[in-house]
Design a protein around this ligand. Structure first.
Ligand code: NAD
Length: 484
């Protein structure tokens, strides 16, 4: 075992109150390779107290009283340290999540970009002066909430850390982070780098542990002013209910079943590689995975043929070999994906192509080949539920109206894409899709930190990324002064 990690509170690694731990499993071979502290309610109390002290009773703590430009400088210094330790962070993330190395590298660069972007934004969080009768001056100020809690998923730990915490810190909040018990080493190392960058103790704290223990203690904590949760719709509901106990605001970034619509006039050479990448990135364990593909019937057979050719070449192998696909996160996830594919086959849905698992991949690893399903009825569970694996459901449509109806016909609404050369159709369809993001003739678009992200329906509410995120991590105060 190479890593033993404790909680990170007040800029120091500390054991959990009861000293218990949780093993971390390497998804590439199924071995135990690290141990993290099993934090629980008492540890969350400690971390929240540290964050409260750093914010201060009246925003006068070591973080709370920093001038915005000083906060920006510290975030910029942190970004430089992330860049300096890029290789180390990427290999931690790759091993912990089972993510091909180049994808883990992209995630570390994303953390760096979040820190840079919000470093620049820290001193540009303007309020408003509201016109009113001339005997008044009315100011609308954007103020930090205070102590914020961030509950993270396992699929993109270091990116979601950046996405949730960097805007919160830039706006003057302090943070208590509860990363996933399945993957969190990069988050702990990044937290250590905030201390090296000069963040005062308590500005950013990390409590590792199980969701039902540390996570629920954070979500229901009376002294946490705001929660940002990224994870499944089911747990998101529990978190929102827990926070409602104290009427604390919550941002929910949940799951998706994102459609990609291919019209007959689409540039298929440009579209198809991104359709494939949209489902194999992180082995399909991505909230915005393009897991449903709707194809206009006149090009349907051609699309199936070209996708099938690519799918049959795809190889799942250990993350450090930088394969097309790494393993899934854990044995239960592998089981879940297998069950969905079996269900599809039992219901006579055709497998148009199947990739393979590398012959020398360790037998204890959680590998699943890429699977292409064709003629999937949109109402079938494999077209409606978030499988979270490399399984692509393809289905034909005959009219624009039908494509929009099918695209919107799920409980989710996180991301969508459409591919067409017809300019009027691009905007017409984009506006009718019920989705937080819509890509036109692209998918993912490099995942830019500038692009607001968030869901509708069961994909959640609130927005992260871009300048929009700053609205969520601040609250508006209206000051009305009568001066005559
Ligand atoms: P999950 O909901 O199982 O867990 C997310 C986090 O919640 C973990 O840290 C977990 O420990 C914690 N948790 C579990 N029970 C809890 C409880 N009772 N109270 C408080 N916290 C609790 O999700 P996951 O399996 O880690 O991640 C996969 C899900 O996340 C997928 O649905 C995916 O689409 C979604 N996701 C969404 C986005 C987005 O931006 N919308 C990004 C990444 C992942």
């Amino acid at each position: 075992m190479t890593h033993r990690r404790q909680l990170f509170i007040d800029n120091a690694f500390v054991p959990s109150a009861d000293g218990r731990s949780i093993p971390l499993i390497d998804p590439s071979d199924g071995s135990e390779f690290a141990e993290i502290a099993r934090g629980a309610a008492e540890d969350v109390d400690r971390a929240v107290a540290a964050a409260r002290a750093a914010f201060g009773d009246q925003g006068n703590g070591a973080w709370g009283r920093l001038a915005p430009m000083e906060r920006g400088r510290l975030l910029a210094r942190f970004a430089q340290l992330v860049e300096k330790h890029h290789d180390e962070l990427a290999s931690l993330e790759s091993r912990d999540v089972g993510k091909p190395l180049r994808q883990a590298r992209a995630d570390v660069t994303a953390l760096q970009r979040y820190a840079e972007f919000y470093a620049g934004a820290a001193d540009k969080i303007y309020g408003d002066v509201i016109p009113y009768p001339s005997t008044y001056a009315v100011l609308a100020l954007r103020e930090p909430h205070g102590v914020t809690g961030q509950i993270l998923p396992w699929n993109y730990p270091i990116q979601v850390l950046g996405r949730s915490c960097m805007p919160a810190l830039a706006a003057g909040n302090t943070c208590v982070v509860k990363p996933s018990e399945d993957a969190c080493l990069s988050v702990l190392r990044a937290a250590e780098l905030t201390a090296e960058a000069g963040f005062p103790p308590g500005a950013l704290n990390v409590v590792t542990g199980y969701g039902r223990e540390a996570g629920s203690a954070l979500a229901s904590h009376a002294d946490v002013d705001h929660i940002s949760f990224t994870g499944s719709p089911e747990i998101g509901k529990l978190v929102a209910c827990a926070a409602a106990e104290h009427h604390h605001p919550v941002i929910l970034e949940l799951g998706g079943k994102s459609p990609q619509i291919l019209f007959a006039d689409a540039d298929l050479d440009a579209a198809l590689p991104l359709v494939v990448n949209g489902i194999i990135q992180n082995s399909g364990q991505t909230c915005v995975a393009g897991s449903r593909v709707l194809v206009e019937s006149s090009v349907y057979e051609e699309v199936i043929e070209r996708l099938a050719a690519r799918f049959s070449e795809l190889v799942a192998a250990p993350a450090n070999l930088d394969p097309d696909l790494g393993p899934l996160i854990r044995a239960t996830q592998l089981e879940r994906v297998r069950n969905f594919v079996e269900l599809a086959e039992r219901d006579h849905i055709k497998v148009a192509a199947r990739g393979r698992v590398a012959a020398d991949a360790p037998r204890g690893g959680f590998y699943h080949p890429a699977v292409l399903l064709r003629d999937v009825p949109n109402e079938h569970r494999v077209a409606q539920e978030e499988i979270f694996g490399p399984v692509l459901a393809v289905m034909p449509f005959t009219s624009e109206h039908e494509a929009i109806r099918m695209a919107n016909d799920t409980r989710y609404g996180l991301a969508a894409a459409l591919w067409t050369r017809d300019g009027a159709r691009q905007l017409r369809v984009a506006r009718k899709l019920v989705s937080g993001q819509v890509f036109v003739n692209c998918f993912g678009a490099g995942g830019g930190v500038e692009l607001p992200l968030g869901g509708v329906k069961h994909s959640g509410h609130g927005r992260e990324k871009g300048m929009e995120a700053l609205l969520g991590v601040t609250r508006l105060k209206t000051i009305i002064v009568k001066h005559d």
